[in-house]
Design a protein around this ligand. Structure first.
Ligand code: F6R
Length: 241
């Protein structure tokens, strides 16, 4: 694993955006796996800037998002569909038909998950998978537990994740307690993985990612099985290393 410890969130976001930009420049028809959440916002902002400055085009790029709440309507301000178009896709020249996000409105979520896995496969797999980490070490919504799932699946969110993500939901608004998420193999099959993490709360997860031990109690620790992982983080997250 290659670990870059940078001063702060801005430096982390710029370095992460450069990693993604390098991938797109080297392979304009590449397949990107993408996260939502607070962590990648700065990276998406920088990538949209690169596009605006004419340095980068996403016209040939295909994307697959890691996850989506279930059930949730696309128009819901908290859907990951909404998040991605608001914060990234709406600001670049990506072709809408190349964007893939699990459908939070699917009537048959298990079929939606199986179809999603097949879509990734048919696209030739993911070239670069960008990941954030939960405070509890989840990646995607692969939550700590007795076992982890291999493929894209419907999952219950843990109490910890419900509490951490409650900040995005307005008072009185019902938060979905399930999500569709790529599985551990869906993630680990990517050609390259870029993990970004910032702030004190992610320090235990980063430590688990570099511990030399693999445990389902810290799904992030499974990244140690992958041959090509780049971690870009800040000094606060690295404080427990
Ligand atoms: C989101 C996702 C999650 C987040 C994680 C960190 O698509 O897959 O694993 O990356 O919950 O979220 P933030 O960045 O909000 O701390």
């Amino acid at each position: 694993m290659k670990v870059s410890i940078l001063k702060d969130y801005d430096e982390m976001s710029l370095a992460a955006a450069r990693e993604v930009a390098d991938c797109v420049a080297a392979k304009p028809r590449c397949v990107l796996g993408l996260p939502t959440g607070s962590t990648p916002l700065g990276m998406y902002h920088r990538l949209a800037e690169f596009f605006k400055e004419g340095k980068l085009s996403f016209s040939g790029v295909k994307t697959f998002n890691l996850d989506e709440y279930y059930p949730i309507a696309r128009e819901n301000q908290n859907s990951y569909y909404h998040f991605m178009w608001e914060n990234f896709f709406g600001k670049i020249d990506i072709d809408a038909k190349n964007v893939h996000i699990p459908n939070g409105e699917a009537l048959d979520p298990d079929k939606e998950c199986a179809d999603y896995e097949a879509l990734i496969e048919n696209a030739g797999g993911i070239d670069l998978q960008v990941l954030g980490s939960g405070v509890n070490g989840h990646i995607g919504f692969n939550e700590p537990g007795e076992f982890l799932y291999k493929d894209t699946h419907l999952t219950d969110l843990t109490q910890n994740t419900l509490e951490v993500n409650a900040r995005f939901f307005k008072e009185g608004e019902k938060m979905p307690v399930k999500a569709m998420t790529m599985g551990m193999a869906s993630i680990l099959k990517a050609g390259k993985i870029l993990l970004i993490a910032n702030g004190d709360s992610k320090a235990p997860a980063l430590r688990a990612a570099l511990s030399g031990k693999i445990t389902t109690a810290w799904p992030i620790s499974l990244l140690q099985l992958h041959q090509n992982v780049v971690i870009i983080t800040d000094e606060r997250t690295a404080s427990l290393l």
